[in-house]
Design a protein around this ligand. Structure first.
Ligand SMILES: [Zn+2]
Ligand SMILES: [Zn+2]
Length: 311
């Protein structure tokens, strides 16, 4: 991929991280997706020591509630890795799944990646949204009934989770007291073969009040090659960001931090609420920033998308 950013001021290149080591806080074997972009882009090595329990900060399948935004969770993960290894540099990634914010009804995978440099006192975050995801679920009474679903979610190259659709209570509800809902869930994760899947469906059916098993895609990175790809592309994006330095203070991580203005309609000139006219590039350390035209070169909005011409 070529570097497409055409900054008016030529960005300084950064050698700060060459030969340095950072910790990648992950429990789910994201190392291969993130290691190479950082090594080739920055000359920086990553270590991912065992025993970092990022699940304590929340899981996709809901056994541990996440509090805070995915970005906040990513920062906490990176800090956790840095405190365990005593390294001043840390990376972490956090993803979320759900309807795409712009394309409703299409599932989206949003990923955040952060880099923390405690020597400079900076936190740099990049994010991406991809529709290349198999994120989905279904409720079935047998493995045969799941045939189309299994093909669509790319099983067995992509892992699955099975749980009872409507779990039977393990304890009777206390009289007058609300059910806490905190009992451990029956949940079978990381399923990558048909025999295990069938067994899991049969077991979870028997644990469900309505005789249905719920199958969910396992979105953990090591169970999901599609997600790994999204994470890898985001790592490349973050490495490129870290290659660019502020023209004032030479701090790495110069990049887009926001947008400004509105593009006018091509026919009536009415300012669009959805299409910003400028990108704000700024430094993470000093207050220097630049307002630059959009990289895609757009200067007008088509009348079809105009709130006045086509309300
Ligand atoms: Zn218009
Ligand atoms: Zn600066």
């Amino acid at each position: 991929m070529s570097f497409q950013f055409s900054l008016k001021m030529r960005a300084l290149s950064v050698n700060r991280y060459r030969g340095k080591t950072a910790v990648l806080a992950t429990k789910h074997e994201k190392l291969w997706a993130i290691e190479k972009p950082m090594l080739t882009g920055l000359g920086m090595s990553l270590i991912s020591p065992p025993g970092i329990d990022t699940d304590a900060l929340g899981t996709f399948s809901g056994e541990v509630e996440r509090d805070g935004t995915p970005l906040e969770t990513a920062i906490r993960k990176a800090r956790l890795g840095m405190s365990i290894t005593k390294l001043p540099f840390g990376f972490a990634n956090e993803g979320s799944f759900g309807p795409h914010p712009q394309l409703i009804f299409i599932p989206g995978n949003q990923e955040f990646m952060v880099f923390i440099d405690d020597e400079l006192g900076i936190e740099i975050a990049e994010q991406t949204i991809s529709t290349e995801t198999n994120y989905n679920h279904t409720n079935v009474s047998s493995i045969a009934a799941a045939a189309a679903f299994l093909e669509q979610v790319r099983f067995p190259s992509h892992g699955l989770i099975v749980l009872p659709h409507n779990q039977k209570r393990s304890r009777p509800e206390k009289a007058g007291g609300a059910f806490s809902g905190k009992e451990p869930l029956t949940l079978i994760k990381g399923i990558r073969d048909r025999a295990t899947l069938e067994e899991a469906i049969e077991f979870c059916k028997s644990q469900s009040n309505d005789g249905l098993a719920r199958i969910e895609t396992d979105m953990r990175a090591h169970m999901n090659p599609l997600r790994q790809r999204v994470i890898r592309r985001l790592a490349i994006k973050l490495a490129r960001r870290l290659q660019r330095a502020c023209a004032q203070c030479e701090c790495p991580g110069w990049g887009i931090t926001g947008v400004a203005g509105s593009l006018p309609c091509e026919d009536c000139g009415y300012p669009s609420q959805e299409a910003p006219a400028f990108e704000i590039h700024s430094c993470s350390k000093c207050s220097y920033s630049q307002k630059l035209p959009r990289r895609d070169g757009l200067t007008l909005v088509e009348a079809t998308y105009c709130q006045r011409c086509n309300p």
